[in-house]
Each structure stands twice: as structure tokens, then as C-alpha cells.
Design a protein around this ligand. Structure first.
Ligand code: AMP
Ligand code: ZN
Length: 115
């Protein structure tokens, strides 16, 4: 697991690096994915560093609830509240950044072929 000081997404939270924040609440922020896979592709992350969604759920369930609430808010604003929320967990599942993030995907009719 990367240390928070090495973590790209921790740097977005601290403001050390700039990203376009599209929503936030007490425990989470939302920003646009740099390589969007759909008309709506936003990442929601907790302000605190956890490697994956299971670690977040175990340590801080309220933060996970804030994360899901923020995903819903962004999707209400940008995709009529219809969206997919994806947490890749582990490299084989496609996780490349080890600060937990939910992909909020929508804005079009989505296909279903993850494998
Ligand atoms: P995952 O592969 O599930 O770990 O997702 C990581 C996501 O972070 C990918 O969809 C990347 O496109 C996205 N990403 C990587 N670097 C940045 C960045 N600098 N700003 C916004 N999104 C990024
Ligand atoms: Zn981090």
C-alpha cells in the first residue's frame, strides 16, 4: 500500500495538486476522471487515505456512506440520478490507484461486459 505522502489522490485532497472538484461533503470529494469512459465519469474518494473499499468500510463506515451520498448527488446533477458506481479492488480487477475511489459512470445507456 502506498503511503499517503506518495498518493496522487491524497494530493488532490490536500490541494497540493489541482483537479476539478465537482462536489464535496464532510468526508469525501468528487473530481473528473482524466480518462473518461462515459459522458459522466467522476471519481469519488474519501478525504482520508484507505487502500480499497473494504478497508474503508471496516475502518469508517460513515465515510463510505458519505462517499455513496456524494456519488448520488453528482449523478443527480449530471445524469438524472442513473449511474453505475464501481470500486475496482486489486490489480486483477483493474485497480491502479491505491486510494479507494468509486467510479461514477453514466450519462448514456451503459453496456455490461467487464470481462
Ligand atoms: P482504477 O484503475 O480503478 O484504480 O482507477 C484509477 C482512475 O484514476 C483511472 O480511471 C484513471 O483514469 C484516473 N486517474 C489517474 N490519474 C488521474 C488524474 N491525475 N486525475 C484524474 N483522474 C486520474
Ligand atoms: Zn491517498
Amino acid at each position: 500500500m502506498s503511503l499517503p505522502s506518495d498518493c496522487l489522490f491524497c494530493r488532490f485532497v490536500s490541494g497540493e495538486l489541482h483537479t476539478e472538484i465537482v462536489g464535496q461533503n464532510q468526508r469525501a470529494i468528487a473530481f473528473r476522471d482524466i480518462n473518461p469512459q462515459a459522458p459522466l465519469h467522476v471519481l469519488v474518494i474519501p478525504r482520508e487515505h484507505f487502500a480499497d473499499v473494504a478497508a474503508l468500510a471496516a475502518a469508517d463506515p460513515e465515510s463510505l456512506a458519505d462517499l455513496v451520498g456524494l456519488a448520488q448527488e453528482v449523478a443527480m446533477d449530471e445524469a438524472d440520478g442513473e449511474y453505475r458506481l464501481i470500486f475496482n479492488s486489486g490489480p486483477a480487477a483493474g485497480q491502479s490507484v491505491f486510494h479507494v475511489h468509486g467510479h461514477v459512470i453514466g450519462g448514456t445507456r451503459l453496456g455490461w461486459s467487464p470481462a
